[in-house]
Design a protein around this ligand. Structure first.
Ligand code: F6P
Length: 324
């Protein structure tokens, strides 16, 4: 391998810059040329490239977002778009590609790699932690800390006014952010798509906790949860059926994707970026580099894309017990 290109695609996540930096420096270490592709697959189609040296990526480890920018490219879903992308790779003598992103990014990589027999390695970068075969994705830890910090602030108002807050968090179809941040922030209830216990049970539980002496309540709702899908309807339902609290809704939104990455995400991104270059040197293709039991692993795209990780039932128990 003489020349590797790197891109970020899909939703940005804190730590993506640290991953690009690691790829670029691993290339320099192995004397491989490195090219950055702007705006994900869209930039690949348009040939929007820039050579990356070890100094091009200075002062980036602490920065959120992705300096290569990101996009969700519709054109890459067409054969014509992918042909153009392949032409640009060929014309620039690029031998392999590192793609940093989530499931949409890996799906695109799998199709493209098969079509053109082109070596691609994926690095999991998404706040959702919804990729199989890796314990954590880059950006997830930072997002958890952002959510916990936000809920701590909401709690001050909830306490001062005897209010019940429904806090909606991201995660697409996965409940990892909700469950872990919910435990970390001491939420009374956590609603996740992996476990649908129904509105009635929620109401009963809120009544019980009110009786036990609680004067305010925080319910963390994953955006993908069935009963939380329309969080304002859920708020109305609680408001109508429970008169002990004033009910408020906070949708945290994109603040969860921003900010300087945590140390954990910086280290993870550095390890996975280097792992991706190692994988290509060792002639792997169509794999994602992940982390399992603290070790770097190569997971075939097909496996990584087989849905979110199973929810940790021990964590559900922790949430139940600590919110009694
Ligand atoms: O995949 C990351 C994520 O932030 C999800 O949690 C969320 O559902 C989605 O992206 C939002 O996408 P967009 O930024 O395109 O609105």
């Amino acid at each position: 391998i003489k020349h590797i290109a790197v891109l970020t695609s899909g939703g940005d996540s804190p730590g993506m810059n640290a991953a690009i930096r690691a790829v670029s420096r691993a290339c320099a270490f192995h004397e491989i040329k490195c090219t950055g592709v702007y705006r994900g697959y869209q930039g690949l189609i348009e040939g929007d490239f820039k050579e990356l040296g070890p100094r091009t990526v200075k002062n980036l480890i602490n920065r959120g977002g992705t300096f290569l920018k990101s996009a969700r490219s519709k054109a890459f879903m067409t054969r014509e778009g992918r042909n153009q992308a392949f032409e640009h790779l060929k014309n620039n003598s690029i031998d392999a590609l590192v793609v940093i992103g989530g499931d949409g990014t890996f799906k695109g990589a799998e199709v493209f790699g098969n079509e053109f027999q082109f070596p691609i390695v994926g690095v999991p970068g998404t706040i959702d932690n919804d990729i199989r075969g890796t314990d954590h994705t880059i950006g997830y830890d930072t997002a958890l800390n952002t959510v916990v910090e936000a809920i701590d602030k909401i709690r001050d108002t909830a306490n001062s006014h005897n209010r019940l807050f429904l806090v909606e968090v991201m995660g697409r179809n996965a409940g990892d952010i909700a469950l872990n941040a919910g435990i970390g922030a001491g939420a009374e209830e956590i609603l996740i798509p992996e476990e649908n216990l129904g509105k009635e049970r929620l109401l009963e539980s809120l009544k019980r906790s009110r009786k036990s002496g609680k004067t305010s309540s925080i319910i963390v709702v994953a955006e993908g949860d069935q009963i939380g899908k329309n969080i304002f309807e859920l708020a109305d339902y609680i408001d109508t059926n429970l008169d002990s609290y004033e009910v408020k809704v906070t949708v945290l939104g994109h603040i969860q994707r921003g900010g300087s990455p945590s140390c954990y995400d910086r280290v993870l991104a550095s390890r996975l970026g280097i792992g991706a270059v190692d994988a290509l040197i060792n002639q792997h293709k169509a794999v994602m580099v992940g982390i399992a039991h603290k070790k770097i692993v190569n997971v075939p795209f097909e496996q990584a894309l087989a849905g979110s990780n199973d929810i940790d039932t021990d964590l559900l128990r922790v949430a139940d017990i600590t919110s009694i």
